[in-house]
Ligand binder design. Structure first.
Ligand SMILES: O=C(O)c1ccccc1NCC(=O)[C@H](O)[C@H](O)COP(=O)(O)O
Length: 236
């Protein structure tokens, strides 16, 4: 996500500790029940409570990283979708994170096919641990594989040089605060999204720059730009 207008960004070490009395809080008169859930989330963005759906380092480490396993995992995601035949998955440690709405997203490494067949009649048994239970798991598992593949192509140490020369990151929270200070209204995070899994293509002639500029012109404080290609038809 990207901040549109920002105050000068304080460097990380100088950032004040998160407080429970952020001035992003809505004025009392605003009924949050009338606001969309995502706008409410932005209003409450004060430190730890704003934690999005992220895994802990331990959970990330539970995911196999060897390059040959990347291939297996990529194939397994496909197999999961296609209900492929195959051997049972290796039993790897499972972890999960709780989504904002209480939906469990298991950070289960995808190491094998989603089904296998047993006995003389070849009964089809689902490898439960290798089958995404909901669309969020499917997205997260697929993203894990994509990230392994991207890291293989471009290891993090090779990004260091270009990152050192990149313009400084813009301060997302400062942009929200500045908007609130300016307008006394909830700051808006506007979403640039071509498609979604539930709604399909939202905009055929999708021009993200044009859309972003229209959002800015009409008062959005920040942008959320969907870059995932598989599920949201985005790109960098
Ligand atoms: O819309 C869907 O079908 C959908 C399915 C699965 C996960 C999310 C879905 N929609 C929500 C969005 O598209 C969010 O707006 C998107 O994840 C961006 O979120 P954020 O990074 O917090 O801006």
């Amino acid at each position: 996500m990207e901040a549109l207008a920002t105050a000068p960004a304080p460097s990380r070490p100088g950032l004040p500790p998160p407080t429970r009395r952020s001035h992003l809080r809505r004025p009392k008169a605003l009924a949050t029940s009338k606001l969309p859930r995502r706008v409410i989330a932005a209003l409450h963005m004060d430190g730890a409570r704003a934690a999005p759906l992220r895994c802990t380092p331990a959970e990330t480490d539970a995911v196999a990283t060897a390059s040959d396993q990347t291939e297996t995992a990529a194939a397994a995601v496909e197999a999961t979708e296609q209900g492929n035949n195959g051997a049972p998955a290796a039993d790897a440690p499972a972890a999960s994170i709780e989504g904002l709405d209480g939906i469990k997203i298991r950070r289960r490494p995808v190491t094998g096919p989603s089904v296998h067949h047993v006995g003389p009649f070849q009964f089809r048994l689902e490898n439960e641990g290798n089958t995404p239970r909901n669309i969020l798991e499917k997205i997260v598992w697929n993203k894990d594989v994509e990230i392994w593949q991207m890291k293989e192509k471009m290891p993090l140490y090779r990004l260091k040089g270009p990152l050192d020369n990149a313009p400084p990151a813009r301060d997302f929270v400062a942009a929200l605060k500045a908007s609130y200070d300016r307008t006394a209204l909830p700051a808006l995070i506007a979403e640039v999204k071509k498609a979604s899994p539930s709604r399909g293509v939202l905009r055929e002639n999708f021009d993200p720059v044009e859309i972003a500029q229209a959002y800015e012109k009409n008062g959005a404080a920040c942008l959320s730009v969907l870059t995932d290609s598989k599920f949201f038809q985005g790109k960098f």
